[in-house]
Design a binder for this molecule. Structure first.
Ligand code: KG4
Ligand code: ZN
Length: 329
């Protein structure tokens, strides 16, 4: 089955053509970073407007790259939550319009479920069950994944998402927006042991996270040490976040006796996180699977994977489907 997938939940307008639920024939992502940069964060109203301008050209480009016309598309998958409702509605409305005009089956899918499915684009033979850690700008959650569509949430953040912490710390270090990639870059020239920022492990048997404390510690440190090297602070902060993420994922695998961990979401493109998780997991005899960075940050290919899974099983959404800022899996 050939699927056109559409994603517009946040500040990326994306479309992809997916064959057989695993092969990305195209994966086009148009980022709005330039629009939001001067505000230091995403402005929802501007995001919706930009999606409206970009969505059709992005879909056209996805079809062109896949060397396909709409006549060859057999189904439509679209993110309908969680995310910014105004942004989600743009992708959702276009998806509905194409589905209606072409009489195609269409399915709305959960963005986080998309992140968890991204790994199958490059590793279609990956075996279940696994521990899935989704780390993005809006989410930091641990799941036990038994099959696509079958998840048990083990824990999540009690305050900021990991990506949000990266973005806020970058802002207070005057590193600009978006924070994750800049901190990743700057931290390469820093000393990870320069400052010890507190790691919030909550309790030994909790799989919940908390990142607002680390962010506040960085703020206090910067105020007290105005001449400290930004590279060192960035590297030390990143190390604290990575430590917690890696420890919780490995602990979950150990306690649930699962042999593999899958990391996904925008923060999964962080070089230090990727390296640390590989190192520790190897020591523990665990298998680690991380999508390429392009499939970690928001994209439509991952939406196509999970959309294909549901469409193949006959799950279709009605054309009255709505967008939701919160959408449980
Ligand atoms: O998955 P994503 O593209 O969008 C959401 O679903 O939120 O994740 C975006 C988040 C942002 O907070 C961004 O700063 C963070 O992922 N991010 C990174 C890196 N690249 C993106 N965080 C740390 N290191 C990176 N290299
Ligand atoms: Zn995302």
């Amino acid at each position: 089955m050939v699927i056109l997938a559409i994603e517009s939940s946040c500040d990326e307008t994306a479309a992809a053509v997916i064959a057989g639920g695993e092969k990305a024939l195209s994966n086009v992502v148009s980022s709005q970073t330039q629009v939001h940069r001067k505000y230091g964060g995403i402005v929802p109203e501007l995001a919706s407007r930009k999606h409206i301008e970009t969505i059709i050209p992005v879909i056209r480009e996805a079809l062109r790259e896949a060397d396909m016309s709409l006549d060859q598309v057999e189904g439509i998958a679209v993110t309908n939550g969680p995310g910014l409702v105004g942004s989600l509605l743009v992708g959702l409305s276009v998806a509905k319009a194409i589905a209606y005009a072409r009489n195609l089956p269409f399915v709305g899918v959960n963005h986080v479920e998309g992140h968890l499915s991204a790994i199958f684009l490059e590793n279609p033979r990956l075996r279940f069950p696994f521990i899935g850690l989704v780390v993005s700008g809006g989410h930091t959650s641990l799941y036990r994944v038994d099959h696509l569509g079958g998840y048990a949430c083990l824990g999540g953040t009690r305050d900021d998402a990991a990506g949000e912490a990266f973005d806020k710390v970058a802002k207070l270090l005057n590193l600009g927006y978006p924070g994750g990639p800049v901190i990743d870059e700057v931290a390469r020239d820093g000393d990870r042991q320069a400052v010890f920022f507190p790691r919030a492990f909550i309790s030994k048997d909790s799989f919940d996270f908390s990142f607002s404390g680390i962010k506040t510690s960085v703020l206090h440190y910067v105020r007290k040490h105005p001449h400290a090297r930004v590279e060192d602070i960035a590297a030390s902060f990143q190390e604290a976040v990575v430590d917690v993420l890696v420890s919780k994922a490995v602990q979950a695998a150990r306690i649930l006796e699962l042999p593999r961990i899958v990391l996904s979401g925008g923060v999964a493109s962080n070089t230090r996180l990727r390296t640390r998780l590989q190192e520790i997991a190897e020591k523990e005899g665990l298998e680690v699977n991380i999508p390429s960075p392009i499939f970690c940050t928001d994209n439509a290919a991952m939406i196509g994977v999970i959309g294909h899974y549901y469409l193949e099983r006959g799950r279709v959404s009605p054309l009255t489907l709505n967008a939701f800022s919160n959408l449980p899996m």
